[in-house]
Structure formats: structure tokens, C-alpha cells
Design a protein around this ligand. Structure first.
Ligand code: HEC
Length: 149
């Protein structure tokens, strides 16, 4: 019985590895856009609470934690084969990888900073950290995402 379970677990792992290796460009793009859309959702929610338009202070940490995780995930969401198709990602991303990676790292750092600021409860620090995150989103979009109408 144990052997059967082990074999099944091994097969599952193999399947995951196989699917990871066979990431189709269209799916890589969709996955990236899903991560970005999720970031947008958490930023919108954080903004509404921070501006006092909704009272859900107790949700702030969860949104910031998610944003920090998503910023880390974004670092692997731009594989080399995902630059063409239904995407707003500009080719420049793959032409200057070092600079682009810095933009990803800046976003990850800013999101981690917001997560830490919210944990302290210091309103001024939270406002400042929130602005830093916004700057890191915009900084990347301005250079690496198709201009929005
Ligand atoms: C390092 C670069 C980079 C950073 C940092 C970044 N983005 Fe993006 N974002 C992009 C690119 C490139 C696209 C276009 C992706 C595509 O169409 O394949 C995008 C697309 C989006 C989209 C549209 C998703 C969709 O449904 O197609 C939203 C919303 C978004 N980003 C929000 C954010 C927010 C909010 C942040 C900051 C918390 C952020 N992004 C940080 C590069 C970045």
C-alpha cells in the first residue's frame, strides 16, 4: 500500500515537473497577466482602506502580505518565450534583462517594505511605503508595458 502511495506521489511530482517544463507561451502570458491583475486588486483594496473610504483596517496586512508574495512570483513571470502574442509586455524587457530585473527587485523590496510598515501600525510609515510600491509599479509600466489608452 505504502509503495503504491509513494509511486502515485512520484508520478504527481513528475507530472508537475513536466507541466512546468512545457509552459506554453500563451499560458505564460496569461499567468503573468493574472499575477499583475491580482496585484492591481490588492493595490486598489489597500488604497481604499488607506484613504479611509472603507473601514477595513484589519484587512490591510493580508493585502500587503499577498502583494509581497505576488511581487516575488512576478520575478519568474517573464520567461524568454513569452514576449509575443496577446501581451502588453514590450520587447525591451528581453533586450535589457539586467535593468528589467532591477525593476522587479525594486517592486519586491517596496512590497516587503509595505508589509513590514503595516505590521508596525505606524500610519506615516504605511503611507510612505504605499507610495513607494506605487512608484515601483509605475516605474516598470512606464518603460516596459504598452502605453494605456
Ligand atoms: C518589473 C515590471 C513590472 C512591475 C514592477 C509591475 N508591473 Fe504590472 N505589468 C507589467 C507588464 C510588462 C505588464 C503587461 C503584461 C502582459 O500583458 O503580458 C503589466 C500588466 C499589469 C496589469 C494588467 C494585467 C492584465 O489583466 O492584463 C495590471 C493591473 C498591473 N500590471 C498592475 C501592477 C501593479 C499594481 C504593480 C505594482 C504593485 C505592478 N503591476 C508592477 C510590468 C510590471
Amino acid at each position: 500500500m505504502r509503495r503504491v502511495i509513494l509511486a502515485a506521489a512520484t508520478a504527481t511530482v513528475a507530472l508537475f515537473q513536466l507541466s512546468a517544463a512545457a509552459e506554453a507561451p500563451a499560458d505564460a502570458i496569461k499567468y503573468r497577466q493574472a499575477i499583475m491583475a491580482a496585484m492591481g486588486g490588492h493595490i486598489a483594496a489597500l488604497g481604499l482602506v488607506n484613504m479611509g473610504r472603507v473601514p477595513h483596517q484589519s484587512h490591510l496586512q493580508a493585502h500587503a502580505d499577498a502583494l509581497a508574495d505576488l511581487a516575488t512570483q512576478a520575478k519568474v513571470a517573464f520567461p524568454a518565450n513569452s514576449g509575443t502574442g496577446e501581451t502588453e509586455a514590450l520587447p525591451l524587457i528581453w533586450q535589457e534583462q539586467d535593468r528589467f530585473n532591477q525593476a522587479l527587485a525594486a517592486n519586491e523590496k517596496a512590497a516587503a517594505g509595505l508589509k513590514a510598515a503595516i505590521a508596525t501600525g505606524d500610519k506615516a510609515a504605511i503611507g510612505k511605503a504605499f507610495a513607494e510600491v506605487g512608484k515601483s509599479c509605475k516605474g516598470c509600466h512606464d518603460r516596459y508595458r504598452e502605453a494605456q489608452q
